[in-house]
Every structure is written in structure tokens, then in C-alpha cells.
Design a protein around this ligand. Structure first.
Ligand code: SF4
Length: 500
């Protein structure tokens, strides 16, 4: 590594994203390594851990990690300027970062309006003045609340003077600040939960440019969208120049796939033009890896390959990520070959707008893989087994694959029945999953169909009608209890009804 970095140091600096971009995660972090001593004498001490960050498991497997902690701030305050255009908000960001904020988050009207129909989140819209095109949520942190409030008021009046934004509320009550952040978080979750209406896949999400380039970059990005007659959700960590942009394309139509490929290529060129980073914090993954060469240039690819081969000469770790990716349109979840399920159901699935929509709701984020230590309840069966098939995502994937492939026949699936066997129907996923997947309801629907197709066992019939059997048993309670305690009865109960 040392030889490679020393030999190509200047070239790497020339080709990699601008060093002012804090969140840059395209390819391997060779530029970060080159900043270190002895590659750059007097730089940070040499530490290979930085190379592993963002390497997406393609170089090594982390067995343990020592993390650095920072103290929590004693006081916080929020300023929330509201705008009539994204470009205006981006211009405001250039001024805002001079005030040293801890966070500046851009939230657009599409995300905000997703919260309108949600009972809980509509109460959290208290700080909005009308229907802004977008807002910036700016957080200041420090030790003294009075100082922070003065600082926040100073920024609000500066933005007013500059004519940036039409409303500039600021607040410091912890409860209200929490509600603002809840709204932002929920807006995105609700948007992800829109299933087929959700603008996906997220193929150019996560680009980052310098903050001063944001207004022009966003304007040019918008031009690309206009030229393809599409639109986009704008969501950004604006203070670090990072944008989560999600153009709407329909990959279930061949022309939608073509549009996605064209936009991906054009955005990669745009990122290169601004010396930005194709991925800021999420990693290149499979969607962006095909465009690393466009952004870093042909000359950098042999260096990335050499890096891979130094660490993993047999290419064992996470193949197809960063290097040798498949084309962007391979393995699409929703492709022209996808058959939307069309099956009779017992529930009417009004809220989800159809059973087909409900089973497509999981966006694969994998929040259901969190363990009990992270808080929350979802998903108890996964906590116990740690198997993908026993979490909400695993089940949702199986639902989608089986029903889109087999349609009504999927109700006979033993595989899906087994995957649902440990689901407790606790409904934790309905509230904790960012896409609000309601696995308990899906399970009920499946089990109804399964029983219709396959009939019911004696045990299921027994437990299915307690209102008839239990009153009868209680009439003769002493006799019933006596019989139940006998060894042969127990054996019969286990054999016929599955009761241990
Ligand atoms: S309802 Fe089922 S899938 Fe959802 S969290 Fe509970 S056990 Fe997991």
C-alpha cells in the first residue's frame, strides 16, 4: 500500500473529489491515505483503518472495532427557514455554513406533504408557514442556551436581510425540537412506504459537492431531470454538500430503464464536472459502482484494482462491489419481467391500496435486523434466531417473490408458511419499520389463503373455535381436568392437536 500511495500520490489528489468535500466515499479512500505521514510528510499518522471505511467489505472483515466517543452537547437550538425554491435554499446554505451549524438538513415539499395524511405527523407540522417548496432545519449546539439563541436569532435576521427565505422560525424547547426532527424522519419513512408510488430505485442518491457549488449543481441536476421529463425528491445534508436525490423512473417499463441509465450517466458526468463525490455516505454499492470510472477517471481504476489485490488477492470479499460491478439495470427488483400479484384476498387492503402494494412496501433498509440492545421491539423472532427468513424483510421478500411468480398458487407455499411460523403478529414492524410493513396483517391474509387451499389441521380447528369447546369443557371441569392430566390423554392431545 505504501509503495502504491507514494508512487501515485499526486495523480490521486488530481483525480479524486475535492478535499473540501467532507463526505466523499467514491472508490477506495486512497486520497485520505495520501494525506497521511509519510506519504505527505507532517500529515496525519498512517492508519489503514481509514481505508477500510467505505470499502464495503471488499478488502477485509472487521472482527472488532474501537470507536471514539464525543460528549453530548448541553444545549441545542433550531432555526427553520422556509423557501419558495430549492435553489434559494441552496444559496442560503452557503451563508448558513459560515455560522458553524451542527447540522443543516434540506427537506422538500414532497417529503413534507407525505406527512399531511399521517395522524401523528400532521400534528408535528406546527412550525410550517403555509406550504413551502422546501425548508432547512439548522441545528446549533453548545454549552450555553442563551448564546445559542442569540446566534440563531442573528442567523435568522441575516437571512431575512439577504432576502433568503420567507419565514425564519427558531425554537429551543426540547419537545418541539424533537417533533421537528420526528417530522423529517417520518416524512422520509412515509415516502418510502408509498410502495409502487415511491420514486425508486435510488440510483443517483448520495452525491456530494462543495457547499459553494450546491446552487449551481442543483440547478444543473434539475436541468437533467427536465430533459428527461421527470422530477425528484430533494432531501439533503446541506451543510456537507450531500444530496439524496431520487428521480422518479418506472423500471417496470423498458423506456423507464433507459431513462434511469441515461440519468445515471449524466449525473456521473455532472459530479465529475464539480469534482464531487458520487457517493457521500452510503458507499458505491451496486447502483453507483459502474460509474466510479467516470468520476475518478480511467487512470485510477488500476490503482483501485491493485488495492483490492493487495488485500484480497483471491477476490473473496464481497465480489461485484466497487470493482467488476454488473450493469446498473441487472437484478432490478421491479423490472419489465415483474408480474404484479393479482390474487383474491380476504382483507380489502384499502389503506395500502391493494395487497400487491402491501407486499412491495419493504424497501430493503433492513432496520428489522436491529437487535434488542438497539431499542424497540421489531423483530422479536429475528432477535431469537438471527436468521434473515425470520425478520420482516426476509418475509416481505418471500411474499413478493412468491406472489409475483406464482400468483394464487403462492397461498399453497410451505416455504412461506415456515417463514411466517415464528412471526408473533406483534405488529412492531407496522410502527417501527420505516416503510411501515404490516407483516401481521400479511400473515393473517396468507394463513387464510393457505387454509383455504390446504385445509386445516385438527389442532387448528381445535384452537379456532374456543367459544364452542371451552364452555362445554368447563361445564364438566373436574372430569375434564382429570382426563387431561392422564398420560394417554396427553399423548393423544399431542398427536392429534399438537399440544405439548
Ligand atoms: S409482526 Fe412479525 S414480522 Fe412484524 S415485528 Fe412482529 S414478529 Fe416481526
Amino acid at each position: 500500500m505504501m509503495d502504491l500511495l507514494k508512487k501515485h500520490r499526486d495523480e490521486i489528489f488530481d483525480h479524486y473529489p475535492h478535499p473540501d468535500i467532507i463526505r466523499r466515499n467514491t472508490g477506495y479512500a486512497l486520497d485520505r491515505m495520501c494525506e497521511m505521514d509519510p506519504i505527505t510528510p507532517g500529515g496525519r499518522p498512517f492508519n489503514l483503518a481509514e481505508l477500510l471505511c467505505g470499502s464495503e467489505g471488499t478488502l477485509a472483515m472487521t472482527a472488532s472495532a474501537k470507536v471514539n466517543l464525543v460528549p453530548l452537547p448541553k444545549a441545542k437550538t433550531l432555526v427553520i427557514p422556509q423557501f419558495t425554491s430549492i435553489r434559494e435554499a441552496m444559496r442560503a446554505t452557503v451563508e448558513i455554513v459560515k455560522w458553524n451549524p451542527a447540522a443543516v438538513e434540506l427537506v422538500d415539499d414532497i417529503i413534507l406533504s407525505a406527512t399531511k395524511g399521517n395522524i401523528e405527523q400532521s400534528k408535528n407540522r406546527f412550525f410550517l408557514d403555509g406550504d413551502p417548496k422546501c425548508i432547512l432545519i439548522i441545528q446549533f449546539e453548545g454549552d450555553d442556551l442563551d448564546d445559542l439563541e442569540k446566534h440563531a436569532a442573528g442567523l435568522a435576521s441575516k437571512l431575512k436581510k439577504l432576502g433568503l427565505g420567507y419565514a425564519h422560525p427558531f425554537l429551543s424547547e426540547p419537545d418541539k425540537m424533537k417533533r421537528v426532527w420526528d417530522l423529517r424522519k417520518a416524512g422520509l419513512g412515509l415516502l418510502m412506504g408509498l410502495g409502487r408510488k415511491s420514486p425508486s430505485p435510488t440510483f443517483v442518491e448520495d452525491t456530494a459537492v462543495r457547499v459553494e457549488d450546491l446552487p449551481d449543481y442543483v440547478a444543473e441536476f434539475q436541468q437533467i431531470l427536465d430533459s428527461h421529463n421527470t422530477s425528484c425528491v430533494f432531501y439533503a445534508h446541506a451543510s456537507v454538500g450531500e444530496l439524496h436525490l431520487r428521480p422518479v423512473v418506472d423500471t417496470m417499463k423498458p423506456e423507464g430503464i433507459e431513462t434511469m441509465k441515461q440519468i445515471a450517466g449524466e449525473v456521473a458526468e455532472l459530479v465529475k464536472k464539480y469534482r464531487g463525490s458520487l457517493s457521500g455516505e452510503h458507499g458505491d454499492g451496486r447502483a453507483r459502482a459502474p460509474y466510479i470510472e467516470t468520476v475518478l477517471g480511467k487512470k485510477m481504476m488500476p490503482l483501485l484494482r491493485k488495492t483490492k489485490e493487495i488485500w484480497d488477492p483471491e477476490y473473496r470479499f464481497n465480489p461485484g462491489k466497487i470493482l467488476d460491478p454488473k450493469p446498473i439495470d441487472s437484478d432490478l427488483r421491479f423490472s419489465p419481467d415483474y408480474n404484479r400479484p393479482d390474487v383474491p384476498t380476504a382483507f380489502n387492503w384499502r389503506k395500502a391500496e391493494g395487497f400487491d402494494n402491501a407486499i412491495e412496501q419493504c424497501n430493503g433498509a433492513g432496520v428489522c435486523r436491529k437487535l434488542a440492545e438497539s431499542g424497540g421491539t421489531m423483530c422479536p423472532s429475528y432477535h431469537a434466531t438471527r436468521e434473515e427468513k425470520d425478520n420482516t424483510r426476509g418475509r416481505a421478500n418471500l411474499f413478493r417473490q412468491l406472489f409475483s411468480g406464482k400468483q394464487k398458487e403462492a397461498f399453497r407455499s410451505e416455504e412461506l408458511k415456515e417463514a411466517l411460523d415464528l412471526c408473533l403478529s406483534c405488529k412492531a414492524c407496522k410502527s417501527e419499520c420505516p416503510a411501515n410493513v404490516d407483516m401481521a396483517k400479511m400473515k393473517a391474509e396468507f394463513m387464510n389463503g393457505y387454509h383455504k387451499e390446504n385445509g386445516t389441521t385438527a389442532g387448528e380447528r381445535f384452537f379456532g373455535q374456543p367459544e364452542k369447546l371451552y364452555p362445554l369443557a368447563s361445564l364438566f371441569a373436574p372430569i375434564t381436568n382429570f382426563i387431561n392430566k392422564q398420560v394417554p390423554t396427553k399423548a393423544i392431545l399431542e398427536k392429534i392437536f399438537g399440544i405439548d
